[in-house]
Design a protein around this ligand. Sequence first.
Ligand SMILES: [Zn+2]
Length: 253
Amino acid sequence: MNYDEFKETYELINRKFEKLQEEVASYKGVTIPYLYYTDFVDYAMNKLGIKFQNTSMPDELADKMSGMLIVANGKKKVVVNKKTHPNRQHFTLMHELSHALLHADLNKSQSFSDLLDDNSYSEDEQLDEAEANIGAGILMANDMALHHAIIDNYNFYNFARNVGMSSSALYFRTRQFLSANFGMNINGYDTIKLTNLCEKYGFGIILEKIGESYRGFFDRRMEERGEKFCDLTILEFNNPYFQRPSWLLQNMS
Ligand SMILES: [Zn+2]
């Protein structure tokens, strides 16, 4: 996937999932930055009728598979390999849910099998897999959650723990976020360097290093997300521990 393809795919999925985030947030009575992966499982189970099963797989599969989505008889079922690390299981849940929302066709019988070794996919499957991984990252740590992490300078590892992600998954998610929103190449030196700095010093380093482009991003999001996002910002202003960058204060006047 080249940069333009990645950005286009990311934006498409993000737009779709922003609607989902709003629905799930109102269903759970929480704000978007505080959505946790279990909120999506709850919503998918109770509102979308998707079944979830955490299961012991037969030995020959347990070492190869992280999980799968099965579509049959007009129903969707997510199966997760319970032998894998808990953080991996969280990500797999969101990966399979992304397949269910982006790729599943209820008129067909389908299965999306997810392998621990990414190199085992055919070329056709690779695009769906890339999309489901982008989707899972967005559901685990959405853009607004990362925005909070940045303005409040969260510690990288604490944030990973809070959202139930492995630090390597958050590392990749941070690169995606920087790449999709700030025109940085996901595999580029700058992106990797800035992500390494986040890991070392906390997310606030992003403001220090790319403050001007960050402000542009923030303004765009204010326009796009309208009232809901403004409400959120006002909530932030009631947090007495928050050291706000001056441009953010100007933005509110
Ligand atoms: Zn998959």
